[in-house]
Design a binder for this molecule. Structure first.
Ligand code: AMP
Length: 304
């Protein structure tokens, strides 16, 4: 049995409105999107919490996809709730309501048998929880990585805590607006350098429908975007990118710059599929064959 990639992040009920339709209290959350994406490559274990209103049976569906949910607690309160809206600028979510609910008092506990896992993805959630999970993991002897994603909500509410965890990780993921906001500078190359100065060996800045940038101390890479014609709901694309990327890195156990480039394309391939349907609709039905097909299309986009 291969080792799990451990993912902590939100498990949510999302109400989403886009110019193409609506979804009311559908299951979402950063750890759900990212674990489904990572599961194309690697066994996954989620750490998180749900409330009494979380649909029974959903965790069993994750289990069927090889996702371990032993680290998900069920508490008496309400599940994390997010209401978001997209206008014609479909790549930018407008957060209308964020209710942390059971996440407010959540004290994560990584099951003992998962603490030796070498691969950790701190997906978007309170940086204090990200740090608690990181602290419970056993020191890695060789290989492996810790990756981290965050969002404007946490940069605005817990900026210093976000910075504290960034100092302890290997791969940082941010979107362009968040990188500008966190480092208080408009130029992304400078923001990328500032992030590298804090410790990570790879910094990836996601630019929504315009691809993603990779900064390492030695190199710079620009991943192309996929020319999607039917974006209906981009919710979770950032998480799919992060999950696909980290799942592939875990599978290959290789965080060399060349492999991170490849992982970025896998992340982009899954994210582009995800945007073609509402909520988890597409992720539930695509297979690794669809992901590989789009990966190869990405390759041909970049050739000249
Ligand atoms: P994204 O990949 O950025 O589109 O992430 C969308 C997911 O992030 C949704 O399913 C939300 O439930 C979740 N989300 C929204 N706000 C937060 C937050 N402050 N912390 C953690 N997760 C969030």
């Amino acid at each position: 049995m291969k080792e799990h990639i451990v993912i902590v992040g939100s498990v949510a009920l999302d109400s989403i409105t886009t110019p193409f339709g609506k979804i009311n209290r559908g299951v979402g959350g950063s750890s759900v999107y990212s674990s489904l994406a990572a599961s194309f490559f690697s066994p996954v274990a989620i750490i998180g919490v749900v409330g009494a209103d979380f649909p029974g049976g959903f965790l069993a569906k994750l289990n069927k996809k090889g996702i371990n949910t032993d680290g998900i607690k069920r508490e008496p309160g309400k599940t994390f709730f997010w209401r978001g809206k997209y206008s014609w600028d479909i790549s930018t979510a407008i957060s209308l309501d964020t209710q942390l609910n059971v996440f407010e008092k959540f004290d994560p506990s990584v099951p003992e048998y998962l603490r030796a896992s070498k691969h950790l993805f701190l997906a978007n959630i309170d940086p204090v929880l990200q740090k608690k999970v990181l602290k419970q993991m056993k020191p890695r002897k060789s290989g492996g990585f810790t990756a981290l994603d965050t969002m404007n909500f946490w940069i605005e509410h817990k900026r210093e805590k976000v910075k504290e965890v960034i100092k302890k990780i290997d791969v940082l993921l941010l979107n362009d607006g968040e990188a500008r906001e966190l480092f208080e500078m408009p130029n992304l190359s400078r923001a990328g350098k500032s992030a590298l100065g804090m410790g990570p060996r790879a910094v990836i800045i996601k630019k929504g429908e315009h691809g993603a940038l990779l900064f390492t101390r030695a190199a710079h890479f620009s991943a192309p975007s996929y020319p999607l014609e039917n974006v209906v709901d981009p919710t979770g694309c950032g998480d799919c990118f992060g999950g696909g990327l980290t799942g592939f890195l875990a599978k290959t156990d290789d965080v060399s710059e060349w492999n991170v480039r490849k992982a970025m394309i896998y992340g982009s391939a899954i994210a582009s599929h995800n945007a073609e349907g509402f909520g988890l609709e597409v992720l539930k039905k695509i297979s690794i064959v669809d992901v590989e097909r789009r990966f190869n299309e990405f390759k041909s986009i970049r050739e000249f």
